[in-house]
Design a protein around this ligand. Structure first.
Ligand SMILES: *Cc1c(COP(=O)(O)O)cnc(C)c1O
Length: 430
């Protein structure tokens, strides 16, 4: 059974799939497959659904959207969001370099991650990012030390591990006590007291991020209540906190989920904070998946159909190296033929698999498809954690990426060439 999510920017008319005003089959002809295709309209819509919820009833801005670029860090996507006024959530020095490359305002950058290296901290201090989201006491001391050496002050927030169950896949749950993320709830106050004594640290915020692909609001409300309890205590102790960063993690509909509407969700969280007596806090959100996930697809061509007594396989030219989510998380992506099949055929059940030498290399299981060799398929909802997790396993060049805006298709990343893949390698001398 194929459950297809409702999409913006991708539509089917008479068995032909379009991205905005362009036939997906035309893009395959022009740019080849496998091919990532994004709809600019879908991207902008998702961002605006968030951003338009960031104001109070007087039209005052109360919150900011910091796009978590690890979901998809293509410069064209970052550039679009930057133009719309997005900030960014970074998890590495590489992502900092991308943000600076597109001209993002450093005051709109927050730097997260459990293992920031000295070099990354130095680069972020030099760039004057808005905030370091600190995840351990050891990291706090390292940041203080480096800021001291550079004669600077480091703005920090502590990432609270609120110990709430986000009810999502174990690999993408981050707010439970036994996850590696954040500072244990009962150590947070103590750590703020320590931070307040450090010479080169400025306390500016508090944050949490409880997981990813979360499809209900309750875990967020639980986490907020726990963080606000800490804030009350900090206030009593005279520690001033300017912003509350609620992280990202809102899920999308891959076909079987019904996550809250972005705008309503954002408003609800904002109202919850305000109604709890914290109307003067600036709120930050760090969504990734819910901004790009349903703004992209992976286009692939069928190489072979193979039948065996127990299973039929639809072998396509995309693989786990291009889209890792099925292999990594057992994730469901809807898969649809992008045009009527080349020849008449009947519907069969297939496992849609790639050419990589791993049994884990599958993109969809037990899919009913009426297809022939050479047909094109679209793997839907592939905009987030698709290209950004792609690898060169099996010495496969990563796909090209296209952004469509109305009738116009832009090549936003060239297809890799095979020789690029080993250009940095050297054989040993004889
Ligand atoms: C990954 C991540 C996000 C974004 O998560 P999504 O599920 O893509 O919204 C936000 N904040 C932090 C700290 C993250 O690590």
């Amino acid at each position: 059974m194929t459950n297809i999510p409702a999409l913006i920017g991708f539509t089917e008319k008479n068995q032909n799939w379009y991205v905005e005003d362009i036939l997906l089959s035309d893009l395959a002809k022009q740019f080849g497959t496998p091919l990532y295709v994004y709809s600019k309209h879908a991207l902008v819509s998702a961002f605006k659904a968030y951003d338009s919820a960031c104001f109070d009833s007087n039209g005052q801005r109360k919150a900011r959207i910091h796009y978590a670029m690890k979901a998809n860090s293509n410069l064209a996507i970052l550039g679009c969001l930057n133009q719309l006024g997005a900030g960014f959530d970074l998890v590495s020095g590489g992502e900092l370099a991308r943000a600076l490359k597109i001209g993002a305002d450093p005051k709109m950058l927050v730097f997260a991650g459990v293992g920031k290296s000295s070099n990354e901290i130095r680069e972020a201090l030099k760039a004057k990012v808005r905030c370091f989201n600190v995840e351990s006491i050891a990291e706090l001391h390292r940041i203080n030390q480096i800021a001291h050496e550079m004669g600077l002050r480091a703005p920090i927030s502590l990432r609270v591990n609120p110990d709430v169950d986000a009810k999502t896949h174990a690999y993408i749950s981050t707010g439970l006590r036994d996850n590696k993320f954040g500072i244990a709830y009962y150590d947070v106050l103590k750590t703020y007291r320590q931070a307040a004594l450090l010479s080169n640290i400025d306390i500016v915020g508090i944050d949490c991020h409880i997981g990813s692909q979360i499809t209900t609001i309750e875990p967020y409300l639980d986490a907020i209540d726990k963080v606000l309890d800490l804030l009350k205590q900090l206030k009593k102790e005279g520690v001033r906190i300017h912003h509350l960063d609620l992280g990202g993690g809102l899920g999308i509909n891959y076909g079987n989920e019904s996550p809250p509407d972005i705008h309503a969700f954002t408003k609800s969280l904002l109202n919850h904070v305000h109604n709890s007596g914290f109307a003067d806090l600036e709120i930050l959100f760090e969504p990734g998946r819910s901004i790009v996930g349903n703004a992209g697809i992976l286009l692939t061509q069928i190489e072979y159909l193979k039948t065996s007594p127990d299973k039929n396989f639809c072998i396509v030219d995309a693989a786990m190296n291009d889209l890792m989510r099925p292999t990594l998380y057992d994730a469901y992506h809807a898969i649809v033929p992008v045009q009527a099949s080349s020849k008449n055929t009947h519907t069969e059940k297939y496992d849609v698999v790639g050419p990589v030498c791993e049994s884990g290399d599958w993109l969809g299981k037990d899919r009913s498809l009426a297809v022939n060799q050479g047909d094109l398929l679209a793997i839907l909802s592939a905009g987030a954690y698709g290209f950004s997790m792609a690898s060169n396993y099996n010495t496969r060049a990563r796909p090209a990426e296209i952004m469509v805006d109305g009738k116009q298709a832009y090549l936003i990343r060239e297809r890799e060439q095979i020789q690029d893949l080993f250009s940095k390698e050297k054989t040993l001398p004889n």
